[in-house]
Design a protein around this ligand. Structure first.
Ligand SMILES: [Zn+2]
Length: 373
């Protein structure tokens, strides 16, 4: 492909949209490549700047921020029914079909008796208004609320046939669903019901209720990171994951997770990442040497892979700092558990051998529940 030209729409897909794209992208020359896969970043070449005033952007930035994607094409990616998928949450059916971690957590949540609802109820309204305060009602009520973004998107497609929008614009303007994250809490909650005795014996009041919630949060963070590395159709993966998760695909994290699976195996990768998130949820600092060492030791990481284990711990500590500094302490404070949270933060919980043994065993159960990925 020569500089100055731009992809690329497969001939089998609606050549009539080319004039629309031409209009949207001004002086770019558009070329049809008969067998091109729709909107793979590798198919997009940004033009050489015609003069110094034009900012050059990478092909990935171009594809994400400027390239208009037909809305009906996006919608068609998400229209194939799948068992346990939510037909009216935009991107959910696509993710359920193509993302094994996403599907594994959904199946586990449904297996434990949870169901998902976009019905307008007091819980659904409270969740939309102030979601974090509704976690206990979700766990004990058995219903995970979500927003029927897919229905809204479909109405838009019908209203504006042939319309295109950049993926970044859609990601920024369609409301995200977090049924994936919430259902991970439900799975963790259900798994831990079998270990109530052990939980009480290793953490006495007031820390036991906090510990259970933090363990579940670490599980939710872990499956969201692991789910972010799945690729089927890159542009769709990136958009739909962002619309259904707190995380988004990142090349650096993909590379690390793949390396970890190859070198350590998926089970050890999961345990290390889970323990890293457990530590991150109890800290507002970057991970110290002591934290990295106790994660590696508790996770059973071989000494030769200490560097990799440290990288995984640092990835776990990329957990949103606002969440670590504010959401966690205020959440526990809201329900009268602030002293327990503060005590757990101070305790360096993983430094005790019996706690490490319990965390390792629980991580193994969580890993199994999510499909051993
Ligand atoms: Zn959470």
């Amino acid at each position: 492909m020569s500089p100055g030209s731009l992809l690329v729409w497969p001939r089998r897909y609606r050549p009539e949209i080319l004039p629309l794209l031409s209009a949207a992208h001004g002086n770019l020359k558009l070329t049809l490549y008969p067998d091109a896969y729709p909107i793979r970043y590798s198919d997009v070449v940004t033009p050489s700047p015609p003069d110094a005033h034009v900012k050059s952007i990478t092909k990935e930035e171009f594809a994400w921020t400027r390239f208009g994607v037909p809305l009906d094409w996006l919608s068609s990616l998400d229209e194939i029914p799948a068992k346990n998928a939510l037909q009216d949450a935009f991107g959910d059916r696509y993710l359920y079909r193509h993302n094994l971690v996403y599907a594994g957590v959904r199946d586990a949540a449904i297996g434990f008796g949870y169901r998902f609802s976009a019905e307008d109820t007091p819980l659904w309204r409270d969740y939309q208004a102030f979601g974090v305060a509704t976690l206990n009602r979700i766990l004990f009520g058995g219903i995970v609320p979500y927003l029927d973004t897919g229905t809204s998107f479909l109405r838009l497609v019908k209203e504006a046939p042939g319309a295109t929008l950049p993926l970044s614009f859609i990601a920024a303007n369609v409301k995200s669903n977090h049924a994936f994250h919430e259902s991970a809490h439900c799975v963790a909650h259900s798994v831990m019901r079998s270990f109530e005795g052990e939980l009480r014996s290793i953490a006495t009041d007031p820390t036991s209720a906090v510990l259970e919630t933090v363990l579940a949060e670490a599980f939710a963070n872990t499956v969201e990171v692991l789910g972010s590395v799945f690729r089927n159709q890159e542009a769709a993966d990136k958009l739909f994951y962002q619309l259904n998760s707190y995380y988004f695909p990142l090349q650096k994290r993909d590379d690390l997770m793949r390396r970890a699976a190859e070198e350590l195996g998926a089970g050890t990768r999961f345990i290390l990442l889970f323990l890293s998130h457990l530590e991150a949820n109890l800290s507002t600092e970057n991970p110290s040497d002591a934290v990295c060492e106790r994660v590696a030791e508790a996770g059973g990481c071989p000494a030769r892979s200490a560097g990799l284990s440290r990288d995984i711990t640092e990835a776990g500590f990329e957990l949103n700092i606002g969440f670590r500094e504010n959401t966690n302490p205020y959440y526990f404070g809201l329900f009268g558990h602030r002293p327990g949270y503060d005590a757990l933060v101070k305790s360096c919980w993983l430094s005790r051998e019996d706690n490490r043994r319990f965390a390792r065993m629980l991580a193994g159960m969580f890993w199994k529940a999510a499909g051993e990925l």
